[in-house]
Design a protein around this ligand. Sequence first.
Ligand SMILES: Nc1nc2c(ncn2[C@@H]2O[C@H](COP(=O)(O)OP(=O)(O)OP(=O)(O)O)[C@@H](O)[C@H]2O)c(=O)[nH]1
Ligand SMILES: [Mg+2]
Length: 275
Amino acid sequence: MSEIASWAWKNRDEIVRSLRGIWEWIRGTDKATPTPGILIFGPGGSGKTTLSKILSEPIDWLADPPGLYTESISTERVKLTDAPNVEIVVPPGQSFRRDATWPSLQADLVAGKYRGVIVVVSHGLASIPLDSYKDHKLYEGSVPKFLEAMRQEERADELDVLKRLLPSFQLAKGKLWLLTVVVKQDLWWPEKDDVERHYRDGPYRDLLTAETARLSPSTFRHEMVFASLAISNFRTAKNELLVPNAKGYDQLEQARSLRKLFETLDALRKWETGS
Ligand SMILES: Nc1nc2c(ncn2[C@@H]2O[C@H](COP(=O)(O)OP(=O)(O)OP(=O)(O)O)[C@@H](O)[C@H]2O)c(=O)[nH]1
Ligand SMILES: [Mg+2]
């Protein structure tokens, strides 16, 4: 067994334990009242389906290695068999699928049918739904230039996603929390400072605060977490390596980021229930 695998094996119980508290919350401890669901939005290939799985089912981190990207085509409703009132709803993220799938969910959001929204972004490292990067419209012969252009376009798309959601946050009835999860930390780790600045103090934060500043902090709350949902090289379906996972980023770092994610969800649970 490799060093990392043996570390993960030894720490398996701890990882599972920290997840259990979140599962209990998502499922709702008060079985008498229906618990509203959680919506997960974000660009295609960012990591929404991956996150919904982490939140809804026990993952065997050793037996379930991260797979190749398979784009979601329709809205996924993750039913929790032991808590049938609760749903994690994940519409597909590719831009051409949004008009068909997002408006009705946003209408339900405004009507107060959801307790919270998670937006999954990746600092432009959204997986590509193509066999090869050479088929991408932005590829002109140089891989570094392609990656730069693609990530820039994807970051602009992340802002478009947020722009599209903002009116629903403004109009939503009742309490609503928003959690931004900036995933793929294992890939952008060497640019950590720039990435965190982009979301905490840069364009993402500027857009969000400009549009939500007037909302009462007792009815709308935003939190942000930086995390790695999988440690995996950034590859195309043809197995072309575009970005290797960062040197020095190990499972200990990942577990730390996931713990932060769960602690933040727990803080939102407390805020939501006023406890
Ligand atoms: N390296 C790395 N890969 C990740 C991370 N999170 C998700 N992925 C990978 O990113 C790819 C896309 O993830 P999905 O969860 O399928 O993306 P999605 O947002 O559901 O995409 P659509 O269904 O098209 O909207 C998968 O291959 C995941 O394994 C992460 O934190 N790090
Ligand atoms: Mg998906």
